[in-house]
Ligand binder design. Sequence first.
Ligand SMILES: NC(=O)c1ccc[n+]([C@@H]2O[C@H](COP(=O)([O-])OP(=O)(O)OC[C@H]3O[C@@H](n4cnc5c(N)ncnc54)[C@H](O)[C@@H]3O)[C@@H](O)[C@H]2O)c1
Length: 292
Amino acid sequence: MTFQHRTVAVLGAGTMGSGIATVTARAGHSTLLYDLDEGRVKQGLDQVGAFLDRSVNLGKLSAEDAATAKAGLRGTTDLRDLTATDVVIEAVFEDLAVKKDLFTQLDDIVSEHTLFHTNTSTLSVTAIAAGSRRPERVVGTHYCNPAPLMKLVEVANGRHTADWAHDASLEFLASASKTTIVTKDRPGFILNRFLIPWENSCINALESGLGTVKSIDTAVKGALGHPMGPFELLDIVGLDIHRQVAMRLYEQLRDPRFFPPPMVDRMIAAGDLGRKTGAGFYTYDDNRLFGS
Ligand SMILES: NC(=O)c1ccc[n+]([C@@H]2O[C@H](COP(=O)([O-])OP(=O)(O)OC[C@H]3O[C@@H](n4cnc5c(N)ncnc54)[C@H](O)[C@@H]3O)[C@@H](O)[C@H]2O)c1
């Protein structure tokens, strides 16, 4: 199977789903964005469109390629629209029962040749794939947030993933200009094993008054060469998602470095979740879920 101009369905139109739909649409794949919530679908499509427009304005994408990407992009709240899909990329809530149930529903809808990707941060690919009658076709693909800007995707096979499905997934991700690393189906894969404790230590440094949001971000960008500081990144990820991922990894690994600092709870209680609520460590007056 070669991966050019394929039909892709992205399930879940939240932060990751709309980011991943941007990636696949920009790569020339016909992209269907699905969510249970019609408002989320509309918001997700708007996010993709706005990102493509900004890319044109910044000279990173031709107007023609942006127009092609937009022409191939559609939204739906009806799973039955997925019948002719080559690749399904699941990015719904981080909830095993929800993800498994979606894979079970897909069994009776999509064709026999469909490849399934699941975008989980903390759950087992094997456990998610157990919801499908075709676990050999299910591959874990952990995109980095913001998906349109970050090149890396971690790829992890479930216990029953077939070698050809793994290889085809690497090929598909290459078609979308992604760099892949192969890892194991273990909690946090590679990246979140060090990213979550590091983000927690940056929040602890802030909470103990060692620096300000701005000075810590400046230090990380200036000294380590990161394109974003930890607080800019956490505002994109969402404090609620950070807490959930941190707690889930803490529960599985029993390592106190994963335990979210108290400041995270206070920010969540105040509704300051990051970009998606207009305020987190910074405040925002645009509606962007991810940067340019
Ligand atoms: N946010 C991150 O930084 C990040 C990074 C990598 C991976 N992930 C993973 O990506 C997945 C999505 O995370 P997110 O941050 O985009 O979450 P989100 O809450 O922003 O979006 C989830 C979307 O899924 C939709 N949804 C829930 N149940 C559904 C169902 N049964 N059918 C269709 N749509 C449904 C919701 O309406 C919502 O729009 C999670 O598994 C998360 O762990 C997140």
